[in-house]
Design a protein around this ligand. Structure first.
Ligand SMILES: Cc1cc2nc3c(=O)[nH]c(=O)nc-3n(C[C@H](O)[C@H](O)[C@H](O)COP(=O)(O)OP(=O)(O)OC[C@H]3O[C@@H](n4cnc5c(N)ncnc54)[C@H](O)[C@@H]3O)c2cc1C
Length: 348
């Protein structure tokens, strides 16, 4: 079965064309509606990478990437809320701990939607969230700077670091509870609709059977590397959506030229994403990621230029895509990604 013939691809396309894209301007100025989340839950897309024996589709990564492109190009805020879910699913699928039996099926079928609170672990040796063994479980203290989908998702994958430099990942309900207090939703230049908050943790206690993974920080950093050095499919999703606008404004030639270059970078990025050793060829991955950013920026800028003054209207897709693209420049950013990107920008 090729990517295009996988049954979840037309499901994603009709969700994007019939629901997400037509309402993207309205969602951008408000909040991702619960009805969008409901439609995503029912679609089966939340189980794309989950094992079949737990009710998922067990689809190859190429299918998950294609779906991410389709959703992000239609409504980046909705894509971003649901994309958080896929890391917890993958982590549960690899875990041998009891939480797998409790949560993998409801996550794979979309009965439950998960969010994540672990980007702060990348700040090591700074430890924004400290975990301490306590009363047969784990106590979490500190600040989670970013948590997306508050009030929209059901469970949260939370991580912190112990004083022996072990990273502990555990699940909890995504709601205010003793030891867990959310901020007000952030007002952002883009993706305000994704309901992103910060979380204050003050003695949040989770039982040991909530833990899905314990791993030395060094090992986590290695496994995490490809997650942030590979270009995100959303960069291509937003870029192709902008090229669609450009062509629609009568600029087929410019759109075609950019599309050709984008197609080639995309091919190389996805080829490297399939490389059997995910933490190798990092310099090449970063160079391609930066090139993908350049092309996305050119595509969204071209869409704005082609639409002229009208592009500034908040209901206009061109300015929304440009703002969403700006968000993607910092999403999942690490020190290495920032360095590579700034070095490349300095060469322009
Ligand atoms: C709108 C929005 C929503 C987000 N939602 C989520 C979410 O739901 N869940 C989630 O986990 N993350 C989320 N993030 C975080 C995001 O994925 C990135 O990790 C984040 O944008 C990186 O930038 P920063 O400003 O947090 O890091 P910065 O503090 O600017 O740091 C950049 C990089 O350096 C590292 N770093 C910082 N200080 C140190 C230090 N002292 N020593 C070594 N390294 C250090 C950081 O960990 C990071 O990797 C969200 C971000 C945004 C903008």
């Amino acid at each position: 079965m090729t990517v295009e013939t996988h049954p979840l691809i037309p499901v994603a396309r009709s969700l994007a064309d019939d629901l997400l894209a037509p309402r993207a301007a309205e969602v951008d100025q408000g909040t991702v509606p619960a009805s969008h989340i409901e439609a995503i839950r029912r679609s089966g897309l939340l189980g794309v990478s989950a094992p079949k024996q737990y009710g998922g589709a067990g689809a190859p990564d190429s299918v998950a990437r294609e779906i991410a492109e389709i959703l992000s190009g239609a409504c980046c805020s909705t894509w971003f809320v649901q994309t958080q879910h896929h890391t917890p699913v993958r982590m549960l699928a690899k875990s041998a701990l009891p939480v797998r039996e409790r949560l993998l099926r409801p996550l794979a079928t979309g009965e439950l939607l998960a969010g994540i609170a672990f980007a702060h672990v990348r700040a090591f040796p700074k430890v924004p969230v400290r975990v301490t063994p306590e009363r047969g479980g784990w106590r979490f203290d500190g600040t989670v700077p970013w948590y997306t989908g508050w009030g929209l998702n059901d469970v949260m994958l939370l991580a912190g670091v112990t004083d022996t430099d072990e990273v502990v990942f555990a699940f909890t309900e995504a709601r205010e509870q003793p030891g867990l207090t959310p901020s007000a939703p952030m007002r952002l230049a883009a993706l305000t609709a994704s309901v992103t908050v910060s979380l204050e943790l003050d003695g949040l206690w989770l039982p040991d059977d909530a833990v899905v993974l314990r791993t030395p920080q060094e090992k986590f950093a290695l496994v995490d590397l490809p997650r942030n050095t590979n270009a995100s499919p959303a960069v291509f999703g937003v870029a192709y959506a902008a090229l669609g606008l450009l062509a629609g404004a009568g600029e087929e030639e410019a759109a075609g030229a950019l599309r050709g270059r984008l197609d080639e970078v995309r091919r190389q990025v996805y080829e490297l994403a399939e490389h059997p050793v995910p933490h190798e060829r990092v310099a090449e991955r970063l160079a391609l990621k930066t090139r993908a950013y350049d092309l996305m920026r050119a595509a969204t800028t071209a869409a704005v230029v082609a639409r002229g003054g009208r592009a500034m209207d908040l209901r206009e897709p061109a300015q929304r895509l440009a703002r969403e693209g700006m968000f993607l420049l910092v999403q999942g950013q690490t020190v290495e990604v920032r360095r590579a990107h700034l070095d490349a920008l300095a060469e322009i």
